[in-house]
Ligand binder design. Structure first.
Ligand code: FA5
Length: 326
C-alpha cells in the first residue's frame, strides 16, 4: 500500500489528478486505507500494538506526501503564471477624456473677455417672466412670449400664477446683474438657452449664447463695435471683419444684427445695441446718468466656423468618432 501510494503521488502533475489519488488511497468511504484498517482490526491482541503503530506510520507518511505534493504543484503553477508575464511589454496607456468642443470654446471666450475687463457671471436656466421678458421691455402681448415659441413649464410656481420657462436668451442675466450691482457694470455670461425652433443644420432647440453688458457714463456704439471686433479677431484671426445691420430688439435702442466676415462669406453671429432706457428704469438705474451696450452671440456659430463643422447637430450626438477630433 505505502509504496503504491507514494509512487502514484510522485507521478501526478496536476492538482486534479492528485485529488483523484487521494480519494483512491485515503478516501473515508472506499479508500484503500480501509483495507489496512481492517487488518488492524483482525490482528491478535499480541500483534495489535505493532500493527497499529505501523498503520499510523503509513497513514502519516502518505498524508505528508499528499500535502507536500500539493504545495509543490501550487508553486509550479505560480511560477508558470509569472513566466507567462512579459515585463518588457509596454503598459496600457490610460485613456484621457477631453472637453467638449463647445466647452473648450466657452472657456476661451471667458478668458478673452476677461482680458478685455469683463467679469464672468452666471444665471439660472429656469427663469420667470420678469427676467426673460418684462424687465427686458418685452410686454405681455409681445409675440416673443407666445407659449408656442417658448418652453414653459408645468410646475408649482406656474400653478400659483408665476409662470416659469427655460430661458430663451441669456439677456436674462443682464437684468439679474443690474438688480444686484450699481454701475459701472462690465460682465459677460455664457450658458444654455432653449427655443422650440425647427432643428436643422444651423438651428437647435438648445444652444449656447454669450451675453455681454457694459454700463457706465458716456458709453457709445463705437465702443460696442470695437469690443466685438477685437473679440472676434482675437478668437479667429486678424482678418476677421464685423458688420452691423439695423435691427430691432425690445431691450436695445438702437439695435443691430452683428455679422462677421471670415474667409469669403458673412455670417450672422448675434444681436446687439445700446441698452434701452426702459430696461434701466426696470432695474432702478438712472438713464440720465448712465448708458450702456449689450450683445448676445450664438456660440455654436463660432464653433462651427472655428472647427469647420457644417452641421450643428454633430455637437449634440455624443459620437466619440466626432468628439475625439477636438
Ligand atoms: C437674442 O437672443 C438677443 N437676446 C441678442 C441680444 C442681446 C440683442 C443683447 C441685443 C442685446 P437672437 O434671437 O437673434 O437674439 O439670437 C442671437 C444669436 O443666437 C443668433 O444670431 C444665432 O447666432 C444664435 N441662435 C439663435 N437661434 C438659434 C438656434 N435655434 N440654434 C443655434 N443658434 C441660434
Amino acid at each position: 500500500f505505502e509504496s503504491g501510494a507514494l509512487a502514484a503521488i510522485g507521478a501526478v502533475s496536476e492538482s486534479s489528478e492528485l485529488e483523484r489519488v487521494r480519494v483512491e488511497y485515503m478516501g473515508q468511504k472506499n479508500g484503500r486505507i480501509r483495507e489496512l484498517q481492517k487488518l488492524v482490526g483482525a490482528a491478535t491482541a499480541e500483534q495489535k500494538p505493532a500493527v497499529g503503530r505501523r498503520f499510523n506510520e503509513v497513514r502519516t507518511a502518505v498524508t505528508a506526501a499528499l500535502e507536500s505534493r500539493q504545495e509543490s504543484l501550487q508553486k509550479l503553477a505560480a511560477a508558470r503564471a509569472v513566466s507567462d508575464f512579459d515585463v518588457t511589454l509596454p503598459g496600457d496607456r490610460p485613456r484621457l477624456g477631453k472637453l467638449h468642443p463647445i466647452t473648450q470654446v466657452m472657456s476661451e471666450f471667458r478668458e478673452l473677455m476677461g482680458r478685455f475687463g469683463f467679469t464672468v457671471v452666471d444665471g439660472p436656466e429656469l427663469e420667470d417672466e420678469r427676467h426673460n421678458f418684462e424687465a427686458l421691455n418685452i410686454p405681455e402681448d409681445h409675440p416673443a412670449r407666445d407659449p408656442l415659441d417658448n418652453f414653459y413649464l408645468a410646475c408649482a410656481e406656474a400653478a400659483a400664477g408665476r409662470p416659469m420657462l427655460l430661458r430663451s436668451q441669456t439677456s436674462t442675466v443682464q437684468i439679474r446683474t443690474m438688480e444686484t450691482v450699481q454701475p459701472p457694470v462690465r460682465i459677460v455670461s455664457l450658458g444654455r438657452v432653449y427655443r422650440p425652433d425647427t432643428i436643422d443644420a444651423t438651428h437647435s432647440c438648445m444652444f449656447h449664447q454669450m451675453e455681454g453688458l457694459l454700463v457706465d457714463r458716456h458709453v457709445t456704439m463705437a465702443q460696442l463695435k470695437t469690443v466685438l471686433s477685437q473679440f472676434a479677431r482675437s478668437f479667429l484671426g486678424p482678418e476677421v471683419e464685423i458688420r452691423f445691420r439695423p435691427s430691432f430688439f425690445p431691450f436695445t435702442e438702437p439695435s443691430v444684427e452683428v455679422d462677421m466676415k471670415w474667409g469669403s462669406s458673412w455670417m450672422e453671429i448675434g444681436g446687439a445695441g445700446m441698452v434701452d432706457p426702459a430696461v434701466f428704469a426696470s432695474v432702478g438705474y438712472d438713464p440720465e446718468q448712465y448708458s450702456g451696450f449689450a450683445f448676445g452671440l450664438g456660440i455654436e456659430r463660432f464653433c462651427m466656423k472655428h472647427f469647420g463643422v457644417d452641421d450643428i447637430r454633430r455637437f449634440y450626438e455624443n459620437d466619440l468618432r466626432f468628439l475625439a477630433q477636438f
